[in-house]
Design a protein around this ligand. Structure first.
Ligand code: IPM
Ligand code: MN
Length: 364
C-alpha cells in the first residue's frame, strides 16, 4: 500500500521521539511491503523562526495532501514565560486542529502489566484499566471569544458549543461504546454551566438511537476524583475540550508515565497522531525522552487511517516486549537497572519488527 504521511516533528523532544516512530514505521513498511512517503514540514517554534508563524500555509498544504499526519510536540519555554508574546507555538497546534477539522481527540488510557508498579496508584485499583476519552477538540473555551477590558484589568474567555458540534462528537462516542463494552459516560458541569446543559440535553436525545448503550452523566469534578480511585469503572468518556485536556493528563498517571500514552485526532477526513505529552524542553537533545507514546500513536495511525490492523498489532506487541525486557528510557527504569537512550529504544523496536517471526495462530 502507498502511504503518504506528513511528518511534523515540532519542538523540544518532538524530533527525537518522531525519529524513533519513523524507524518503527519504516520497519513495518519493509516487513509488510508498504511504501511510505514521508513529507516533513515545520510547526511550532521552529516554524515561527523560519516563517514567523507556528502553522504556516506550506505546512497545511503538505498535511492536506497527505493521508495522515504524524506529529511530535509543540511548545518552547521562551514563549511560556512571556505572556505578551504575540505569536505562540501552541497557536499552531490549535490552528492545525481547526483547519484540518480534527474535532475528536481519541485518548486511550491503559495499563501495561509489566509497569503496574511504576504507577503511584495502588495495583488493585488500576489493574485492567482500559478506557478511552473522546475529547472535543475544535470548540469550547479554546476557540471562544476572548479578550481584555477595563484597560486590560479584566480578562475573559468564553465557552461556546453548538448542538451540532456536540452531536458529531457524541456520535463517535456512541459508536466507540458500541464497539467496546457499551458503556458511555458524558462528563460535564451541568449543575453550573449552560454549555454543559446543552451537552447533556443533546446526548440524552441521542440515547434512543443507541438503545444498547448504557449512558451515565457525571460532573467533571467527581470524575476527576473517581478516575484515580476506580479507573476500572470507566470505559468510553466523552467531554468538552478543556475538561478533556485536564482529565487526560490526570489519566496518564494510571499508566505509570506520561511518555506512554498515544492519541489520535480525527474528524471528517485526515487523521493526526501524536503523543499526549508535551515538548519536555528540559530533556530536548539529550536522547533520554521516552519514544513509546509516539510509537504507539503510529500504531493507531496504521489502524485508524489505513485500516492496517496487523501492522498496529505488531507494533504493540514489540512495545510490550521492550517493556518486559527492560529496554526502556530512564522514566521507566526499575531499581538500578540500565536506562536506554531514546534512539536505542527505537533501534531495538525496529530491529525486532524486522526479524519477527510469527508463531502459529498469530495474525502478523
Ligand atoms: C494537548 C496540549 C495542548 C492542548 C496545548 C499544547 C495547546 O496540552 O494536546 O493536550 O491544550 O490541547
Ligand atoms: Mn494537554
Amino acid at each position: 500500500m502507498q502511504l503518504k504521511i506528513a511528518l511534523l516533528a515540532g519542538d523540544g523532544i518532538g524530533p527525537e521521539v518522531i525519529d524513533q516512530a519513523v524507524k518503527v514505521c519504516d520497519a513495518i513498511a519493509n516487513k509488510f511491503k508498504h511504501d511510505i512517503q514521508w513529507m516533513p514540514a515545520l510547526t511550532g517554534a521552529a516554524a515561527i523562526d523560519a516563517f514567523g508563524e507556528p502553522y504556516p500555509e506550506k505546512t497545511h498544504e503538505i498535511c492536506v495532501s497527505s493521508d495522515a499526519v504524524l506529529f511530535g510536540a509543540i511548545g518552547h519555554p521562551r514563549f511560556d514565560n512571556d505572556p505578551s508574546a504575540k505569536v505562540r507555538p501552541e497557536q499552531g497546534l490549535l490552528k492545525m486542529r481547526q483547519k484540518l477539522g480534527l474535532f475528536a481527540n481519541v485518548r486511550p488510557t491503559f495499563t501495561f502489566p509489566s509497569l503496574i508498579d511504576k504507577s503511584p496508584l495502588k495495583r488493585e485499583r488500576i489493574e485492567g484499566t482500559d478506557l478511552v476519552f473522546l475529547r472535543e477538540l475544535t470548540g469550547g473555551i479554546y476557540f471562544g471569544e476572548r479578550g481584555r477590558k477595563n484597560g486590560g484589568n479584566t480578562a475573559f474567555d468564553t465557552c461556546t458549543y453548538t448542538r451540532e458540534e456536540i452531536q458529531r462528537l457524541a456520535k463517535k462516542g456512541f459508536e466507540l461504546a458500541m464497539a467496546r463494552t457499551k458503556k458511555l459516560c458524558c462528563v460535564d458541569k451541568a449543575n453550573v454551566l449552560e454549555s454543559s446543559r446543552l451537552w447533556r440535553e443533546t446526548v440524552q436525545a441521542m440515547e434512543k438511537d443507541y438503545p444498547e448503550v448504557e449512558v451515565t452523566y457525571e460532573f467533571v469534578d467527581a470524575v476527576a476524583m473517581r478516575l484515580v480511585q476506580w479507573p476500572n469503572s470507566y470505559d468510553v468518556l466523552i467531554t468538552e475540550n478543556l475538561f478533556g485536556d485536564i482529565l487526560t493528563d490526570e489519566a496518564s498517571v494510571i499508566s505509570g508515565s506520561m511518555g506512554l500514552m498515544p492519541s489520535a485526532s480525527v474528524g471528517t477526513k485526515i487523521g493526526l497522531y501524536e503523543p499526549i505529552h508535551g515538548s519536555f524542553p528540559q530533556a530536548a537533545g539529550k536522547d533520554i525522552a521516552n519514544p513509546l507514546a509516539t510509537v504507539l500513536s503510529a500504531a493507531m495511525m496504521f489502524e485508524m487511517s489505513f485500516g492496517l490492523q496487523k501492522e498496529g498489532a505488531l507494533i504493540r506487541k514489540i512495545v510490550d516486549q521492550s517493556l518486559s525486557e527492560g529496554i526502556v528510557t530512564e522514566d521507566l527504569v526499575k531499581g538500578d537497572a540500565k536506562a536506554y537512550k531514546t534512539s536505542e529504544v527505537g533501534d531495538y523496536l525496529a530491529s525486532k519488527i524486522e526479524i519477527y517471526k510469527s508463531s502459529p495462530g498469530e495474525v502478523f
